[in-house]
Ligand binder design. Structure first.
Ligand code: AFP
Length: 364
């Protein structure tokens, strides 16, 4: 007998297994149930907090040169253990591993590829703040028969067949898209079920809230400085309205807020580390979040191009990310175009240009 609620399993069976289409009976729903099992296990580990004995540094660095926390490694292993055995995957990659994780010989191989960031915002762990996990699922190219390798994953984000994130806050939520909108499930902790609580989430097209790490302002490009300055000018400026600013240092938490009430999240191109194209990773962060945001009616760009149209060049490639409410992101896209065409008068000094050696610390 049904209690009127939709659990994750019911949702996936109805959405994927009982509908005609390429993912019907292909095992995608079973794979997503295993991803959800990883998330429940991580939620339980995080809830124990410092009592779990897993806080602090792992005394190692990942492939990005960032210090790994014990929980980065623990959560990475949880994903591997829950997803490697089911015969649905050809390989996995993660922010915490150098290369492709091959499915052990003991298990059958499948046709899906899983990319994940097991613990997003891990600097928040020490302050008992919000953290998350992000995942992306691709299907292997039909003509690919060799063992999954780096090239298998280097595909445009628009080809994802599923993507989502978990947010570990006061409650744990799984937010998911299999290409038919973005849906949120809340973990009923005592029972262990994810229950559909936020069906077909839509991001408001307009917003007066933005999120950016303002300490990097002197390294931003002019179009981003222009947008943020106009927001800060508030009702006395050209936008004629006051804006609010937020920064949680966890992309999951920022995207979740935007899905719930609109806004813009920016980790734009900057010149803090000139060799880096951006801060966030295309495969583990930008692609899945762009999929989720676009499926909820928002936009996601680098500033100049749609993120889901980018073809990754490397597993750990970083990109600039600007996503959220459609009209705000479209405005920022326009500002980049105007700047590139030299139409953005107050910001177009040749000395104030990404190609210039004389990038000033403050706008001219
Ligand atoms: P981790 O995945 O290494 O925890 O990094 C989180 C993150 O990539 C993203 O979620 C945040 O938006 C961003 O870093 C925060 O960076 P700042 O250090 O600039 O606050």
């Amino acid at each position: 007998m049904q209690d009127g609620r939709t659990t994750l399993s019911k949702f996936l069976i109805d959405t994927l297994d009982r509908k005609p289409g390429p993912e019907a009976a292909s095992g995608l729903s079973a794979l997503l149930i295993d991803v959800a099992a990883s998330i429940k296990t991580i939620a339980a580990a995080l809830t124990r907090g410092a009592l779990g004995g897993q806080h602090g540094s792992a005394q190692s660095v990942n492939t990005h040169g960032e210090e790994q926390k014990k929980l980065d490694l623990v959560t990475n292993d949880i994903f591997l253990q829950h997803c490697e055995w089911d015969g649905l995957l050809a390989g996995m990659v993660s922010e915490e591993m150098d290369g492709v994780y091959a499915i052990p010989d003991a298990y059958p191989r499948g046709e899906y590829l899983l990319a994940f960031d097991p613990l997003d915002g891990s600097s928040n762990i020490d302050i008992n703040g919000v953290v998350g996990s992000i995942f992306s699922v691709l299907k292997r190219a039909p003509d690919e028969s060799h063992a999954a390798d780096e090239a298998s994953f280097l595909r445009p984000g628009r080809e994802q067949v599923a993507a989502g994130y978990a947010i570990y806050g006061p409650s744990t939520m799984l937010v998911l898209s299999v290409g038919n909108g973005t849906h949120g499930f809340t973990l009923e902790r005592d029972v262990g079920n994810f229950v559909l609580t936020h069906s077909d989430i839509r991001i408001p097209e307009d917003s007066c809230e933005f999120a950016i790490n303002a300490s990097n302002e002197r390294f931003w490009e002019p179009p981003v400085r222009r947008y943020v300055q106009e927001c800060k000018d508030g009702r006395t400026g050209c936008r004629a309205q006051d804006f609010n600013m937020r920064w949680i240092a966890s992309m999951v938490a920022e995207v979740h807020r935007i899905l719930m009430r609109g806004g813009v999240f920016m980790y734009p191109r900057d010149f803090k580390t000139p060799a880096m194209e951006g801060r966030l990773r295309l495969l583990y962060e930008a692609n899945p979040m762009s999929f989720i945001v676009e499926q909820a009616g928002g936009l996601s760009i680098t500033g100049r191009e749609r993120i889901l149209d980018m073809k990754a060049r490397a597993l750990h490639q970083r990109v600039p990310v600007i996503l959220g409410s459609r009209n705000e992101v479209a405005r920022i896209h326009r500002y980049h175009g105007e700047y590139d065409r030299g139409e953005d008068k107050p910001f177009t000094s040749p000395l104030f240009n990404e190609r210039s050696l004389f990038l000033p610390e403050t706008p001219a």
